[in-house]
Design a protein around this ligand. Sequence first.
Ligand code: FA5
Length: 334
Amino acid sequence: MPEASPASTQELERAALDSLAAAKSESEIEEWRIEYLGRRGVLSTRLRSIGTLPPEVRREAGADLNRLKNRLCNAFDEAAQHVSESKRDFAPGDAIDITLPGRRSNLGGLHPSEMMMREILDVFNDMGFQTVEGPIVELEKYNFDMLNVPADHPARDLQDTLWIDRNSDERVLLRTQTSPMQIRTMEKQKPPVRIVSPGLCFRHEATDATHEWQFHQIEGLAVDEGVTMADLKGTLYEFARRIFGTQRKIRFRCDYFPFVEPGVDVSVDWDGRWVEIMGAGMVHPKVLEGVGYDPAKYTGFAFGMGPERIAMLRYNIEDIRHFFSNDLRFLSQF
Ligand code: FA5
């Protein structure tokens, strides 16, 4: 039987693949390549000897051996790749040292505004105020008209407003204050009412150390029979005592807001300087009438405070613009 007959090609293939399967390292695989596919290897020798075969079988035998050579080349590539991949996975330098302490993943934390708001809301929840939330994109009637600020009222100029471009009968804006939640709450429920409502507000402000164009407010509202200014002062003093302690000086001063009468602003001492933290007052009878409450029977107080300003006083933060600058050097201190 001639050496390169089909039967012997099959035998050769089996023997070559068995021996390749037994090669485990890069050097063993290289030895195998030299033995079978090298210039003086088994296949080259056989291909060279084709010339000695009878002319009628030469062509067939040559094609047969070339097909085998291709198969063995592919098998070699696969084996070489496999060995180099497993070497990468299990390189001693990469091994996991299970005696090392675990690495903590960075979970982040609460934003200082959120922390401050939760603390303030806790104080009022303890005093019986329920937390409610409302829309940031608000109707003009809730943000202004029903708060006794009609379209031509000069008080509108105090809150430069970001209007939403929309084709509709009702004008829509980014709320400039959380006070619209007074109206939304009273429209839905009868007295007694005691709510606090936190959330973002927006104004077209020229920013400075105490003014941002976006900031939070927490609104408060209490309406019942016989609620007086003394209740307002008592509630807000208790709030200040819980947030700032008993040593910090608090000042109440007359102020004007169209939706309260009388109105006050509340300021806190910051190294000899007064910083305003909220507006407040007794709910205006017109506002009560507007939501269908009888002002002869019910009275109430309302307040709106800025948690960023309160956090500034609490933690000695010199500029309100840090809160929304997204700088981790600031945020990670809380
Ligand atoms: C109001 O917004 C009234 N709605 C408050 C109110 C509610 C009065 C209920 C009476 C009854 P004022 O514009 O003063 O008022 O804002 C209230 C508080 O929000 C300020 O004391 C301050 O703490 C915060 N605040 C207002 N504007 C900004 C701003 N641009 N940046 C940061 N905080 C602000």
